[in-house]
Design a protein around this ligand. Structure first.
Ligand code: NAG
Length: 330
């Protein structure tokens, strides 16, 4: 209720009221370390051609330039494939894209990791401003005018406002979800969106060695907060030792990485994948490359994967549709 927009105040207020009621009726709660929020029902599905209207509740005319606060753009169902690299992740992505309503995108050079960095920086900045007693009382934020009033009369005359902001951490999360939904989830609720990425491993996006575990947990919590229903798939080769992963080791262009460090970080990543899946079987699933291409195991794997995703286990998918494996390129 804090952000009733002054222009169409009555309409907005009504919409906020409706949305709030909906939220109260069907709360979906997320409680992960560092991230805790109650989300309402998913966003109004938008067609691809009306992507600029994502988050619009459909009742405010298009000429309304302000963001509608009542409708929160949150993608509904998302699948993220996190892989160690050279482990069949593209074929896994392709198998999922054989499910008619799935659209899993490929590598984005850890761009979602940059969203995570931004998210964390915002949270740290907000904490710092709280520390400086700059947090505004939520009740005072009913309108832009009210904020400006508080800013001018209560804050600016008494404080150094280098850390000033009036929004809270819930708003940062909503903005992050809107970022994801606008970029990946804009075909609407019926389409399952996602990406696959090989950079979210220890020693790359995640820190090396001991620090990795903590950051891993925190990053998973972040990924899980991006959509209403998030499924995580962890893909690697069976063994974490260097010999079967030689291609991966050689691929690292930064080169000259100590092979012991490489082995340590790859092993740590495998352990984190295994541990996470064991602890979170409902939203996390482990895929070993060898099983994908083993004719004795691939049917069961496909069935288990589809069941995990909540899809019809009879959906025809194959891990070997792409040509790269037969030509040995991957
Ligand atoms: C399993 O392997 C066989 C033989 O290569 C192949 O015909 C079949 O399509 C594969 N199934 C899956 C789910 O990949």
């Amino acid at each position: 209720m804090r952000f009733a927009v002054s222009g169409a105040r009555k309409v907005t207020f009504l919409l906020l009221l409706i949305t709030t009621c909906n939220v109260l009726q069907h709360p979906v709660s997320f409680a992960s370390p560092g991230l805790s929020v109650i989300l309402g029902p998913g966003p109004t599905p938008a067609s691809p051609i009306s992507e600029t209207r994502i988050g619009d509740d459909g009742q405010i005319s298009q000429s309304q330039p302000s963001v509608s606060i009542g409708a929160r753009p949150v993608a509904k169902k998302c699948v993220f494939i996190l892989a160690t690299g050279r482990s069949g992740s593209t074929s896994l992505m392709d198998a999922l894209n054989q499910i008619p309503n799935y659209l899993i995108r490929g590598e984005h050079w850890r761009a979602v990791g940059n969203m995570y960095d931004a998210y964390r920086r915002f949270q740290e900045a907000l904490k710092a401003s709280e520390h400086h007693s700059l947090q505004l009382d939520g009740g005072q934020l009913d309108s832009f005018d009210a904020v400006k009033h508080v800013y001018g009369t209560k804050l600016a005359s008494y404080n150094d406002l280098g850390l000033f902001n009036e929004f809270g951490s819930d708003r940062v999360l909503q903005a992050t979800q809107a970022y994801y939904a606008t970029l990946y989830g804009y075909y609407g609720e019926d389409v399952v969106s996602g990406f696959k990425e090989i950079r979210y491993v220890c020693g790359k996006f995640l820190p090396a060695a001991r620090e990795c575990g903590i950051q891993f947990q925190s990053f998973m919590a972040f990924l899980r907060s991006l959509c209403t229903d998030v499924k995580l798939i962890f893909n690697s080769r069976m063994a974490a030792s260097t010999v079967p992963n030689l291609k991966l080791y050689l691929m690292d262009k930064s080169g000259r990485r100590n092979p012991l460090d490489f082995a340590y970080d790859l092993g740590a990543t495998h352990t984190l994948y295994d541990y996470y899946v064991r602890k979170n079987p409902r939203h996390a699933f482990r895929v070993y490359m060898e099983d994908m291409f083993n004719p004795q195991k691939n049917t069961t794997l496909a069935l288990n994967l589809l069941t995990f995703l909540g899809e019809d286990p009879a959906t025809p998918i194959a891990f070997n549709r792409m040509p790269s494996w037969s030509t040995g390129k991957s």
